[in-house]
Design a binder for this molecule. Structure first.
Ligand code: 6GU
Length: 246
């Protein structure tokens, strides 16, 4: 797969994606990652890429023309252009699977307060990695490219399997353990030491279900609309999840 990133800060993407499994995928040619910098498509002496927002307000806005020219340089027929923005559709495993089937992805990374709105129609899709604000789209591009790369056939070796993992089948993964069998008085669950593969599979399934309903009730519950009688009521405390501050 070919991926290009339109970014003012290529190092923010290149460096983290040079390590570990994605670094190896690049070295072995499963992923070709390129960068194009809007600053290289400016014509003024200061190589200006941003300007003050019309209508006033804080921060700077990335200018449309340098981004447009950078995109034009890398976009081909069949490219899928993804704009990274907190206003986008929430990135999840299903989106990663969808993107992993494309031949060429182009990520546009905004910085400062965002990009001139007139470039948004150039994108086929807008993605956000969650409900929080980053300094720019680059860390989001890293997350998305990482999640997509590991789905490219051949990138993961046997033993790094993508089956039975978290979010496949809508469940979190059962906990993992490795040697020693007793560590500082804490034992590995009996079922995992049994050597009985059916028992182990059943234990993992039960753990995954229990963990998911505790930690992520939103994943566990088949999406149900509240009955009219319950509408507007708070969920019972137990259903609010383990990271809800309780
Ligand atoms: Cl894609 N960009 C920025 N700037 N912030 C984000 C984001 C993207 N996703 C979540 N927060």
């Amino acid at each position: 797969m070919r991926v290009d990133a339109v970014t003012l800060f290529p190092g923010m993407i290149d460096a983290p994606l040079s390590e570990s499994i994605v670094g190896r995928a690049r070295a072995e040619g499963f992923l070709e990652l390129g960068f194009v910098n809007p600053r290289d498509f400016t014509e003024d002496r200061h190589r200006t890429v941003d300007d003050k927002p019309y209508g006033g307000g804080t921060g700077m806005v990335m200018m449309a023309e340098p981004v447009y020219r950078a995109l034009k340089k890398v976009r081909k027929r069949g490219s899928c252009v993804v704009l990274l923005t907190p206003k986008g559709r929430k990135f999840d495993q299903a989106a990663a699977v969808e993107l992993s089937k494309k031949k060429h992805l182009v990520f546009i990374c905004g910085h400062y307060e965002g990009i001139d709105e007139r470039v948004t129609p150039l994108a086929d899709m807008q993605l956000s990695i969650g409900d929080y604000v980053l300094t720019g789209g680059e860390p989001a591009a890293v997350a998305v490219i990482d999640a997509v790369t590991r789905l490219i056939p051949g990138v993961l070796r046997k033993g790094d399997a993508t089956v039975n993992e978290t979010f496949e089948g809508g469940l979190l993964e059962a906990p993992h353990y490795t040697r020693p069998a007793v560590w500082r008085g804490k034992k590995v669950p009996e079922a995992l030491l049994s050597g009985n593969h059916r028992l182990i599979a059943e234990w993992r399934r039960a753990q995954a279900e229990a963990l998911t309903s505790r930690a992520r009730p939103d994943l566990a519950a088949p999406k149900k609309r509240p009955s009219p009688a319950k509408a507007g009521r708070k969920p019972s405390p137990r259903k609010r999840g383990r990271f809800s501050g309780k």
